[in-house]
Ligand binder design. Sequence first.
Ligand SMILES: [Fe+2]
Ligand SMILES: [Fe+2]
Length: 333
Amino acid sequence: MYTQALNAGAAERETPFVEDAGAAARFQARIDAEERIEPNDWMPAAYRKTLTRQISQHAHSEIVGMLPEGNWITRAPSLRRKAALLAKVQDECGHGLYLYAAAETLGTSREEMVDALLEGRAKYSSIFNYPTLTWADIGAIGWLVDGAAIMNQIPLCRCSYGPYARAMIRVCKEESFHQRQGYEIMLTLCRGTPEQKAMAQDALNRWWWPCLMMFGPPDSQSQHSDQSTKWKIKRFSNDELRQKFVDATVPQGHYLGLTFPDPDLRFNEETGHWEFGEIDWDEFRQVLAGNGPCNRERLAARRKAHEDGAWVRDAAAAYAEKRRARTEMKVAA
Ligand SMILES: [Fe+2]
Ligand SMILES: [Fe+2]
């Protein structure tokens, strides 16, 4: 019901302008002038659809992303590590909530977005379909996965859609803490026993390539990039962001005394960039298609959490109904 009402609202906001050819031009002029688009402003249906897809996928990624790390909260090696990891995983939940709220301003309800995730119709970041096998994986995730997320998200702070851009500013501040806690875990392991250092190396070996895939397909095959760039949703291409990430991360790995699992990795003095080898895009497609190492497990965990939380939603709805009825009675009196 609620969903339908919201969607009808979105449709009504668009219809009066559909015939107006100038509306799209005026909209683009606002974007070109770096103005922010706000929820009640006119926007092309495709802009609304693109952003709804992107922001909801981003929200799902934050929520599913809690699973591989949540798995290690009870096994963190010290109270300090446990407290930091717990805070980090809670932050990710918060990111999911800001993002669902930002996506709702475009006219799709949170219930509808969550249903799409649970029914396997919505995507989330491919990276969270890989398993966390050792404690070093928690270091590698913070350092590399959150590091890649920062690269992606900093430009989104200037996204043309106001609610998304504003959510990203807060998210990025927290991501930077996540990245540091991960790097510090790696640094401690690398300065520890040979076994600990080997664990850190193994984690880097397993996470490096999936992290490079996080930036999405190469520009030559990217479906949505051109229009998203024109609308200033996207400020850098997938390949540009991937290169920035490699350039920033390789020296950090060398400082740890680790090697990267890429025989083609070399610094190009002329361009000032780190060149890297071929990414296995077939693996990426397989993971996106639901055949990664943990896809089924992740969705099963989310479905169970949703079912287990049904009583909380029912109780909240019953309480809201009771309050509404009480207010109505007062107004009537
Ligand atoms: Fe996050
Ligand atoms: Fe994070």
